[in-house]
Design a binder for this molecule. Structure first.
Ligand code: SF4
Length: 438
């Protein structure tokens, strides 16, 4: 490996994207340079996702597509959730792969890479829920020019019946609040004004130093000099406490947006999913959020067609949509995943029926979302600029409620990405707002 170059492709969620930023930083620290094509790289890495069947297959297709490069002495590594899930089996399916490492082993990456460089052909970093350590590193190659991510908790102890994450990302382990705040100050020093706190269950955060609750940590990050926006994702209803709403009301830099996955509107289905809350418990949290002084935007995740979900239970999910009136819903068809408790349940609902339910849900949500967005006509929102769309002669950005806003700009020079502009909303679309700078 003369020039020590690497190519990294990332699949999946925001956690994976941020893990990749840390993996890149770690490799650069070891003298590697990132390249943007497989052909140009000495080391090809795939940071994988196994949340749904399709995601997993993508990895093996990619490996198969590029196996010819192995003959040219290139090395392959599979990291992330499929690596942890499939482990050594990957070497069987793709013998030219020489590194398989799950996310709970990333802090050992320098050692794993060194062993591969020394000629080992089957290097593994597979941690089955043993480690208590989070992957902390000062070497993070931040790819997003205006939003910086901080993982405050890794892993998951919830064991929802359909989910692979507890098996692929290990047990819940939180970072010390001081280490998080130091990173937030470092980020502000780099000129970032927006921070997004990450975790599979970010609000399950438990400060190992005992100094700060999740709500207190939110407030502290929000009070870091130079920081104008703080987001957090993904929360779990079981750990959603009233003080989170109170701190959003009290600290203006905390964004007025909460993403709280409900997954189903039926208490019986929630029980079968092992979500450990009821419809009523969830709606009580929605009431807390709606009673807040600030107008907090709501989004959620929903699974349709979970084994045994009756048409009436699906209808309960639709009535929950009507009751909550989310701004955004991410909805998916149930798909059985390896090693998960629901694998033994009969996947009783046909794919056709799942598609039908998904369509009904998306159609209803589109109506709700459109009506929500229409209510914003004439409002002036603060938008953080993310770029521009020359084709439409529009500036592209996002409100603090995380809603995409495209707006006209009266000046010849476009506003800089990362700057904040006041925008009056003049038009709405199903998934975005349009306006004019004021
Ligand atoms: S809370 Fe449930 S759905 Fe979320 S990561 Fe954990 S097991 Fe998966």
């Amino acid at each position: 490996m003369s020039g020590k170059t690497f190519y990294l492709e990332t699949f999946g969620c925001q956690m994976n994207a941020h893990d990749s930023e840390k993996v890149i930083g770690t490799l650069e620290q070891q003298g590697y340079a990132q390249v943007d094509s497989e052909e140009a790289a000495d080391l090809l890495l795939y940071n994988t996702c196994s949340i749904r069947d399709k995601a997993e297959q993508k990895v093996f297709h990619r490996l198969n597509d590029y196996k010819k490069l192995a003959k040219a002495g290139k090395r392959f590594g599979v990291i992330g959730c499929v690596a942890q899930q499939e482990g050594e089996k990957i070497f069987e399916r793709a013998p030219y792969v020489s590194l398989v490492a799950g996310s709970a082993s990333y802090r050992r990456l320098p050692e794993l890479i060194a062993r591969m460089e020394a000629g080992e052909t089957r290097v593994t970093g597979l941690d089955d829920r043993q480690t208590d350590e989070a992957f902390e590193t000062e070497f993070t190659a931040r790819k997003n020019p205006y939003r910086a991510y901080i993982t405050i908790i890794e892993g998951c102890d919830k064991f929802c019946a359909y989910c692979v994450v507890p098996y692929t990302r290990g047990k819940e382990r939180s970072r010390g609040s001081e280490s998080v705040l130091e990173e937030a100050k470092r980020i502000a020093g780099m000129g970032y004004t927006e921070i997004q706190l990450l975790g599979q269950n970010v609000n399950s955060y438990r400060d190992p130093t005992g100094k700060k609750s999740f709500a207190e940590l939110l407030a502290a990050v929000g009070e870091v000099d130079g920081i104008r926006r703080v987001r957090f994702t993904t929360s779990h209803p079981r750990d959603f406490t009233r003080d989170i709403v109170e701190v959003i009301d009290a600290v203006p830099t905390l964004c007025d947006h909460v993403h709280l996955p409900v997954q189903s509107g039926s208490t019986r289905v929630l029980r079968a999913m092992a979500r450990e809350y009821t419809r009523e418990w969830y709606l009580e949290r929605m009431d807390w959020i709606k009673a807040a002084k600030r107008k907090i935007s709501l989004s959620t995740d929903i699974i349709v067609g979970f084994p045994g979900e009756t048409p009436a239970e699906f209808e309960e999910t639709i009535t929950l949509l009507n009751e909550v009136q989310y701004d955004v819903v991410f909805a998916f068809k149930y798909s059985p995943r390896p090693n998960t408790p629901s694998l033994v349940m009969i996947d009783s609902i046909s794919d056709e029926e799942k598609s039908k339910r998904l369509q009904i849900l998306l159609d209803r949500q589109r109506e709700i979302q459109r009506a929500n967005y229409d209510r914003r006509l004439g409002e002036v929102l603060e938008v953080m600029v993310e770029g521009n769309n020359p084709a439409r002669e529009q500036i592209v950005g996002r409100s603090s409620q995380n809603i995409p806003v495209n707006f006209s700009w009266p000046h010849p020079i476009a506003p800089a990405p990362g700057s904040y502009q006041q925008v009056r909303i003049t038009r709405t679309f199903p998934n975005s707002l349009v306006g004019e700078a004021v």
